[in-house]
Design a binder for this molecule. Structure first.
Ligand code: SAH
Length: 265
């Protein structure tokens, strides 16, 4: 009889944003296949497991994905508790579908443990709600990234029709994102915020407008970057000043070092 593969959300980066369920599973795990950006403190919970780094940052191509699928199935034939640990939540831009499909085809049982996705961690970082009564009643999670040979994505349409948008895996294409959205009719004055390393001590926030997105996204630290866009961010520069004042006046404030906070508008 084969074991179970658990697709587990590791959260956005900070180890204490892991769920209790995920922590308990890691303690029981025989083998863990993890993404590159998982925090070492999270991996340390899997004290007795063999730990294998899989998945390349940003562009795991399909051959690599097929190999991961196969390794998960093989591991489940040898072990009882197999954990596939993914950044954020496994069900959002994490190729969970391909892994679940493969395991189902191989007759292996599979469970999913949710995690805190980047958009939620970035919102916490900013102290700006993704929704607002009377102003923002819809949120869309999109990525402009499409794999080779895949159908055209509907991300532009989704961003046009939602009050607030969280754009994943977009930092390297900021200029193209800005051009595509403005060409489709989104005003270039639409407020944007770029959040890098959300939930981690070196989180970085930059504010600006869609027309200047490339500048707002520039000078990153090389960490994962989320782009947020919508009218609710119009006053986020005010909140930013409040956060910076707090971080310089209170050593205990949970805030980004003020030197990292920039304004792109
Ligand atoms: N499953 C993940 C997303 C995987 S796609 C989740 O639910 O969060 C990877 C993208 O997520 C990155 O390119 C970036 O856009 C975003 N991301 C992940 N962690 C992040 C973080 N700590 N801060 C900002 N963006 C992050």
């Amino acid at each position: 009889m084969s074991g179970t593969v658990y697709l587990v959300g590791a959260g956005p980066g900070a180890p204490d944003l892991l769920t209790l369920r995920a922590a308990r599973l890691l303690e029981r795990a025989d083998i863990v296949f993890h993404d590159a950006l998982v925090h070492p403190e999270v991996l340390a919970l899997a004290a007795r497991a063999e730990k294998i780094a899989v998945g390349k940052r940003s562009s795991a191509h399909s051959a690599a994905q097929k190999f991961i699928n196969k390794r998960l199935a093989d591991a489940a034939r040898k072990h009882r508790v197999v954990v596939r640990l993914k950044g954020g939540d496994p069900m959002l831009f994490g190729r969970a579908h391909e892994e679940i499909d493969h395991l189902r085809g191989a007759g292996i049982s599979c469970e999913v443990v949710p995690g805190v996705t980047a958009a939620l961690a970035a919102s916490a970082e900013l102290r700006v709600s993704l929704t607002r009564r009377g102003a923002a009643r819809s949120v869309t999670f999109v990525t402009p990234r499409v794999g080779k040979g895949e159908a055209e994505s509907s991300w532009v349409r989704a961003v046009l029709h939602a009050d607030t948008a969280a754009i994943y895996m977009g930092a390297g294409e900021a200029q193209a994102i800005s051009r595509a959205l403005i060409a489709a009719g989104k005003p270039s004055s639409t407020p944007v915020v770029v959040v890098e390393n959300a939930s981690l001590p070196d989180a970085r926030r930059s504010h600006g407008t869609l027309g200047r997105l490339a500048e707002v996204a520039a000078n990153g630290l090389g960490g994962p970057v989320l782009i947020l866009l919508g009218e609710i961010y119009r006053d986020s520069a005010i909140i930013e000043r409040w956060l910076s004042a707090r971080s310089s006046s209170s050593p205990t404030a949970l805030a980004t070092p003020s030197g990292r906070v920039r304004s792109g508008s």
